[in-house]
Design a binder for this molecule. Structure first.
Ligand code: GLU
Length: 472
């Protein structure tokens, strides 16, 4: 008989102490993709037992960030604060089973034990005063003192696992202290809550940041003491900034939602984050479905990934180009309004089509769109003096006269521009730049025929008239 492997169940377990940061989002993405790849279940668990640092706003920020990235949990969000009774029950059962024991040493006593160990050149640790052993007589219980509960950690051998990312890792059990699993008031401690939840949620694979490597042997030994299955663990290295230091505010935004504000598309973020520490050959651009199809933990990288804003922009530009025009128009409209423009007064789809190939972010797209639906900023005197010379004005006048009767389209405008160039013996920039300066107030715009088309006949002729009527 073959024993079937249990269905894959992964979890993302953020502590709600701030926004969803890039490292957390990447861990969530890996756990999500892993579950999807194996047809498993992705669970969201909010680790909110640190009452001083957890806030409801942070919970909302995490949910919002995950929603934006499309990382929908199949189960949860679950909240650890709602599992308190369960944790206390498990502590009681461990006390009953002898896998945990009450410890009456005071904080000061434990501190003194640690100092003593340090002075002897040993790892600072609890000295086992209250650890019950066969034949050992425990001290008298100090009156009125409430105990902590300590896990009776195995003292011989080693605790080892084959990390999905880092390969084999082993800790000597002598290095593992008898961990406090419940405080004097009975509240459970961090590692213990994680263990009970991973067990209850039947988690099969834990993917998390490598700042948790030291917690893993403690969690494994407790799971074993409980007779619980031990999940597989994969610890992903942290993300570094472009300068090789740990990624932080100094390097720019670290909150995922800040990237929404800055005009990045969630598809681009997912693609870019996935490549930070995971690869599929040399593929840089892939869809969410391809990520799921390809997501194989054996391609998670052992070395730290480096944040590269230029590459993120490149990825985002790709997704902007690919995006549906209507979706982009909807996404960019509020950004235009925020800049004082009026997206309703223009053919926004045409504007989007014009800029989507040249913008790296929705913010850049909105900035470009202002050319058509923002308040008109006429050219400076300097630009006028430089580009709207007498000769240029003669050509512009001819252009305006002939433009008045034509049916307004990019093609017709293109033909007309060529005709005027030929008539006046000019090269393209000698007409295109004065045209831009006159109708857009700048020398830099996308293709001039496209710009004229979107601005519309009335606007173009009115703005040209300022430079081509007899008085000017
Ligand atoms: N709550 C932990 C954190 O936010 C993660 C715990 C885990 O994944 O095991 O760092």
């Amino acid at each position: 008989m073959t024993s079937a492997r249990p269905p894959v169940r992964t979890r993302f377990a953020p502590s709600p102490t701030g926004f969803l940061h890039l490292g957390g989002a990447r861990t969530a993405l890996f756990s999500w993709a892993f579950a999807r790849h194996f047809g498993g279940t992705f669970i969201l668990r909010i680790e909110d037992t640190d009452l001083e640092r957890s806030t409801p706003e942070a919970v909302q920020a995490i949910l919002q960030g995950m929603h934006w990235l499309g990382l929908t949990p199949d189960e949860g969000p679950f909240y650890q604060m709602q599992h308190m009774t369960r944790y206390r029950t498990v502590v009681a059962s461990m006390l009953a089973a002898g896998t945990a024991y009450p410890c009456y040493s005071s904080n000061e006593e434990v501190e003194a034990m640690r100092n003593l160990a340090r002075a002897q050149g040993l790892k600072p640790r609890y000295d086992g005063t209250w650890r019950p052993e066969a034949g050992k007589v425990l001290p008298a219980i100090p009156a009125g003192r409430k105990p902590v509960v300590r896990f009776k950690s195995p003292q011989d051998g080693a605790t080892a696992w084959v990390d999905l990312v880092k390969g084999p890792i082993s800790f000597e059990n002598t290095e593992l202290d008898d961990l406090v699993i419940a405080r004097p008031d009975g509240t459970p401690t961090y590692n213990f809550c994680v263990v009970v939840d991973d067990w209850d949620m039947r988690i099969t694979h834990v993917l998390r940041g490598d700042d948790h490597v030291n917690n893993t042997p403690r969690q494994i030994t407790i799971l074993r003491a409980l007779g619980a299955p031990v999940p597989e663990y994969g610890h992903v290295p942290m993300i570094l900034g472009p300068d090789g230091e740990k990624l932080s505010k100094r390097h720019g935004a670290v909150s995922v939602m800040e990237y929404d504000r800055e005009g990045y598309l969630p598809e681009a973020m997912v693609n870019y984050l996935a490549r930070l520490g995971w690869s599929h050959g040399n593929d840089e651009l892939f869809s969410r479905q391809q990520l799921v199809d390809w997501f194989d933990p054996s391609h998670l990288s052992k070395s730290a990934a480096q944040w590269d804003p230029k590459k993120l922009n490149w990825v985002n530009a790709h997704y902007l180009k690919q995006a549906d025009d209507n979706t982009l128009a909807q996404a960019v409209a509020p950004r235009i309004v925020a800049r004082g423009g009026n997206p309703v007064q223009v053919d926004l789809l045409a504007v989007v089509r014009l800029f989507k190939d040249r913008a790296e972010t929705l913010e850049q797209l909105a900035e470009g769109a202002l050319l058509f639906c923002g308040p008109f900023r006429p050219a400076t005197d300097e630009l006028i003096a430089q580009h709207l010379t007498a000769a240029a004005r003669v050509a512009l006048r001819d252009f305006a006269n002939q433009a008045a009767p034509i049916s307004w389209s990019r093609e017709a405008l293109g033909v007309l521009i060529k005709t005027v160039l030929a008539t006046h013996g000019l090269k393209m920039p000698q007409l295109a730049i004065p045209l831009r300066v006159a109708v857009a107030g700048t020398t830099q715009t996308p293709a001039v025929d496209a710009v004229l088309e979107i601005l519309g006949k009335e606007t173009v002729l009115t703005r040209l008239a300022a430079f081509t009527s007899a008085e000017n």
